[in-house]
Design a protein around this ligand. Structure first.
Ligand code: C2E
Ligand code: MG
Ligand code: MG
Length: 429
């Protein structure tokens, strides 16, 4: 397969020809989504096989005269020359994304691999090799930031955004050392007693120049660059130490919940690190909960059963976060040792507004009950939502109605005051 040098050579020939014939040339810049996950969890030889399989399928998306080049580990470029006015590359981009719907059978695995695609076109988006490649790359970054598995055409403001991500990557590397992270804690309340029973630890990044960056923006970047494991390890340590400290201060024991990303979970040392943290901090494992996403546990579900059972053996609790947004296989769910289902905020938001969301929420609570899992509703903001959830038999809630996430000291004050969710009314103050 052509490499970067050959690609540059071909591209400059195409540009010259397009210039003469007044044609256009399209560049599609492809990058695998979360490819590092595959390499880290299944090994490089599986990763290599995936790359080969994808490269083969890519050939089926193009026509004679087009070029597919591999220009980096998991980066490919498609070169579509001699495009006439009006001929569009969208079909090709769609075909490429479609490839992601069919899993690759590699060894014993069925792997689904999606890609993000950025498109630039000569002469609109650049008239030389470097700027065309650079702009397609920027558009690809944009597709990643927009949630991956998508394609974007280059637009001029994309370079600013790509630069932003690049700067974020660079400063993420040193953010841990520079102590720029901290955790906030959002109370979780039991509906039967109205009392606080737990807190979700939520990560905050205070960037020295950009100010506070929300986790939704930097966590995907950290995941993509393989930086989430050390950051996640810091989160676990900090949350465990904090919870232990609250107890030493004489506060009533509550469970602290920590968000775990798929990459962390698949890391070989994940459970041994957890065990070490629990030992070092002296926190009772029963006071720690891990929040896993549906997609993280349903990917390689068969292997996940063993891993989750091993984690449960440590004595901690497991929850599935944002439940209802992914694709859970019910037969696996039944076999997973899960303690709680966190009903995604998107359903809670439209409770009492849309019948469909009510039905889904009701179904999740009922299913949880059958499987002996508790249900906690996230993002509860109104009394009406609360009333519905109580009636539906939901066990716990978390949301702005009771409290937003708080700095550790403020959470401790709330707990010390034993603030309750009384009679369905919001806690005042
Ligand atoms: P999540 O785990 O589903 O966390 C809940 C998010 O909903 C939090 O946003 C929280 O502030 C917000 N929220 C809570 N109550 C309400 C409410 O009543 N209304 C509304 N509109 N929103 C509410 P946040 O802190 O921005 O976190 C966003 C996501 O970032 C989290 O979603 C989680 O997926 C991820 N995240 C946060 N901390 C970590 C972490 O330490 N590690 C990992 N891997 N991911 C994290
Ligand atoms: Mg969460
Ligand atoms: Mg959630």
């Amino acid at each position: 397969m052509p490499n970067r040098f050959l690609l540059q050579d071909r591209l400059s020939q195409c540009i010259a020809r397009a210039h003469r014939n007044r044609d256009r040339v399209a560049i599609l810049y492809l990058d695998f989504d979360r490819f590092k996950n595959i390499n880290d969890s299944l090994g490089h030889s599986v990763g290599d096989e995936v790359l080969q399989a994808v490269a083969e399928r890519l050939q089926t998306c193009i026509r004679e005269g087009d070029t597919v080049a591999r220009i980096g580990g998991d980066e490919f470029v498609l070169l579509l020359p001699d495009l006439k006015e009006g001929e569009c590359v969208v079909q090709v981009a769609k075909k490429i994304l479609d490839l992601g719907n069919k899993p690759y059978a590699i060894g014993n695995y069925q792997l689904r691999v999606t890609v993000s695609v950025g498109i630039s076109v000569y002469p609109d988006d650049g008239t030389d090799v470097d700027s065309l490649l650079k702009n397609a790359d920027a558009a690809m970054y944009h597709a990643k930031a927009a949630g991956r598995d998508s394609y974007y055409y280059y637009t001029q403001d994309m370079n600013a955004r790509a630069l932003d991500i690049l700067q974020m990557e660079n400063s993420l590397q040193s953010a841990l050392d520079n102590q720029e992270f901290h955790l906030c804690y959002q109370p979780q309340v039991d509906l039967a007693s109205g009392r606080i029973v737990g807190a979700e630890a939520l990560l905050r990044w205070n960037h020295p120049e950009k100010g506070e960056i929300p986790p939704g923006r930097f966590i995907p970047v950290a995941e993509d660059r393989g930086l989430i494991s050390p950051i996640g390890a810091w989160v676990i340590e900090t949350a465990c130490r904090q919870n232990r400290q609250w107890q030493q201060e004489g506060l009533r024991p509550v469970q602290v919940a920590v968000n775990i990303s798929a990459q962390q979970l698949h890391h070989a040392e994940f459970s041994s690190h957890l065990q070490a943290v629990l030992e070092e901090t002296g926190l009772s494992p029963s006071l720690l909960e891990l929040e896993l996403t549906e997609s993280a546990v349903m990917q390689d579900a068969e292997q996940m059963i063993d891993l989750l059972n091993a984690l449960k053996k440590l004595g901690l609790s497991l929850a599935i976060d944002d439940f209802g947004t992914g694709y859970s296989s019910l037969s696996y769910l039944k076999r997973f040792p899960i303690d709680r289902l966190k009903i995604d905020q998107s359903f809670i938001k439209d409770l009492t507004l849309r019948h469909e969301e009510e039905a889904i929420t009701q179904a999740i609570i009922g299913m949880g009950r059958t499987l002996k899992m508790k249900a906690i509703a996230e993002g509860v903001e109104t009394d009406e939502q609360l009333r519905f959830l109580k009636q539906a038999g939901c066990d716990e809630i978390q949301g702005f109605l009771f409290s937003k996430q708080l700095p550790a000291e403020e959470f401790a004050q709330l707990l010390a005051a034993d603030r309750r969710l009384d009679g369905g009314l919001p806690a005042s103050g």
